[in-house]
Design a protein around this ligand. Structure first.
Ligand SMILES: [Cu+2]
Length: 121
């Protein structure tokens, strides 16, 4: 009986741990109701992101895309041909530790402000 109690307590502890991990990650819709669109670059301001949080990019696939780039390409709005590109119109990207840089892959859109830098800790 005592062994059963120990097993039960251990199982409950695992459940509590799993639940707290789920609660710790947050899903964000980039740009809120406007979605991934021009003028989105100020959207991260005042928000705190954690590794494991999910960014959801919603947009019209005929007008926009999401490309993950490095810092210098982000700053110069250069899009390397081998960069990771998302184009489903509803992309969910899990943040890893550090700063991630996302730009729109359509010509001129990054320069017009379709770019965000997200730092997760
Ligand atoms: Cu665009």
């Amino acid at each position: 009986m005592e062994n059963m109690t120990r097993v039960f307590i251990a199982a409950m502890s695992v459940c509590v741990l799993l639940q707290s991990q789920v609660a710790l990650s947050t899903n964000y819709v980039v740009g809120d109701s406007s979605g991934w669109f021009f003028g989105v670059s100020a959207w991260p301001n005042g928000k705190t992101f954690k590794a494991g949080d999910v960014l959801e990019f919603k947009y019209d696939v005929t007008m926009h895309s999401v490309v993950e780039v490095g810092k210098s390409d982000y700053e110069s709005c250069n899009i390397p041909s081998d960069a990771t590109t998302y184009n489903s119109g509803d992309d969910k990207i899990t943040l890893s530790n550090g700063t991630s840089y996302f730009v729109c892959g359509f010509p001129g859109h990054c320069a017009a402000g379709m770019k965000i830098a997200i730092t997760a800790n």
